[in-house]
Design a binder for this molecule. Structure first.
Ligand SMILES: C[S@@+](CC[C@H](N)C(=O)[O-])C[C@H]1O[C@@H](n2cnc3c(N)ncnc32)[C@H](O)[C@@H]1O
Length: 189
């Protein structure tokens, strides 16, 4: 399974199937190479807004360049900051709440593998974002237990998902034959 494509497909079909109030607002909590941000920029359309965050300047530059080439830069606020501060950047756009959030955890492929998402800031970001998701919103978290440094974060996110199950519907995707398989969680509010 290609988990990043699966996440995008599930998000697209969910958003197409629900009625949204006002323009669609989306967050990419880990912009990286910009693939998810570009997907979200297309999804929200001309009226919508995406906030795309990454700790690394390189990731923000790559993402901005891709958006510019596609003519979607004006739909996206590209922010170099930790996603635990997401609420601050979402607030101006979140009159009706947040419709979509994506977190593809871990490191920047082809980049510095020492800069990885960390359990404490990931959980802070997930809590903040979950709190502003609209009814019929969707949050995706793609976690990599097999990556160096990814295991502790994975366990923490799994525990967070377990808590969230009381308030939201969860779908889980993984390769059951591989104990180190990435895990994709979709949270439906
Ligand atoms: C797997 S990549 C994301 C891939 C991306 N969604 C794409 O479509 O190409 C993970 C990214 O998370 C970023 N990151 C790590 N810690 C972060 C943090 N605390 N806040 C925001 N971004 C962070 C890394 O710099 C890296 O670019």
């Amino acid at each position: 399974m290609h988990f990043t494509v699966e996440a995008q497909n599930k998000i697209r079909s969910h958003i197409e199937s629900v009625r949204t109030c006002g323009p669609i607002v989306a967050l990419d909590g880990t912009a990286g190479n910009g693939f998810d941000t570009c997907f979200l920029a297309e999804l929200v359309g001309k009226e919508g807004r995406v906030v795309a965050m990454d700790l690394q300047e390189d990731a923000i530059l790559i993402t901005r360049n891709k958006l510019e080439a596609l003519g979607w830069l004006e739909r996206v606020n590209c922010i170099r900051d930790c996603h635990s501060n997401a609420q601050r950047y979402l607030e101006p756009h979140c009159g009706h709440g947040l419709n979509v959030a994506m977190f593809n955890l871990g490191y920047l492929p082809l980049g510095n593998k020492e800069i990885i998402t960390k359990q404490e800031t990931t959980l802070a970001a997930l809590n903040a974002v979950f709190g502003v998701l609209v009814e019929n919103g969707i949050l995706s978290v793609l976690s990599y237990p097999g990556h160096t440094g990814g295991s502790d974060e994975h366990v923490a996110v799994e525990a967070w998902i377990d808590q969230v199950k009381k308030h939201a519907r969860i779908e889980t995707y993984r390769d059951e034959n591989n104990r180190l398989s990435p895990v994709l969680w979709l949270v439906f509010t």
